[in-house]
Design a protein around this ligand. Structure first.
Ligand code: HEC
Length: 173
């Protein structure tokens, strides 16, 4: 009786361990590409050329970016951890860079953010996004991945990564 019970107990523990340890990887891993160093280098160059004049050489954004300026337009927000770029999925970031902010704004909204679809290729836009992401703390990189359901892959993040404390996803933290 005791032996059988222990076996069941051990089996149960095994299942629980398998779920806890393996499940996050199984359920959250897909085919998302990791950020590649070559992409980051290319993206840094492109960022310097096309984005830094407004969003800042160090991705710091323009002053008082969170309220409209005297001309009624919002200034360019930072792309570093102090902004909200990390709260957008890759899909949204692609859209915002290719076509500006209009898909996310009220009708009639006007913005200084240019649409880069005619200037930059999709691959170049991806490179810029990879560069921007590479500057974030790992916790923000992890959070941002959760926003792209088709693209979650945590395997290339350094060991010991955590979601930001405010994050509501706690699959591994
Ligand atoms: C002429 C100035 C200007 C340039 C150049 C510019 N932006 Fe912007 N960008 C803005 C402004 C202003 C906003 C805020 C839009 C608003 O709310 O009206 C913005 C918003 C954004 C947003 C949405 C907000 C966020 O943080 O997610 C993204 C993404 C973005 N820009 C990326 C880029 C990238 C990448 C480049 C270079 C390829 C670039 N921008 C070049 C002015 C600019």
């Amino acid at each position: 009786m005791t032996v059988a019970f222990d076996k069941i107990g051990a089996l149960g523990l095994g299942v629980v361990l398998a779920l806890v340890v393996v499940m996050p990887f199984v359920s959250l891993s897909t085919t998302a590409p990791a950020i590649k160093p070559t992409q980051v280098d290319a993206g840094r160059q492109l960022y310097g050329r096309y984005c830094a004049s407004c969003h800042g050489v160090h991705l710091e954004g323009q002053v008082h970016w969170d309220r409209p300026g005297q001309d009624g337009y919002f200034p360019a927000p930072p792309h570093d951890a102090s902004g909200h770029t990390w709260q957008h999925s890759d899909k949204q970031l692609n859209e915002l860079i290719a076509h500006s902010v209009y898909a996310y704004a009220v009708p009639g909204y006007r913005s200084h953010m240019p649409a880069f679809a005619g200037t930059l290729s999709e691959a170049e836009i991806d490179d810029i996004i990879a560069y921007i992401k590479s500057t974030w703390p790992v916790s923000l990189q992890a959070y941002q991945r959760v926003l792209d359901p088709a693209g979650i892959d945590f395997r290339d993040l350094p060991p010991g990564w955590r979601f930001p404390p405010t994050c509501r996803f706690h699959a591994r933290s």
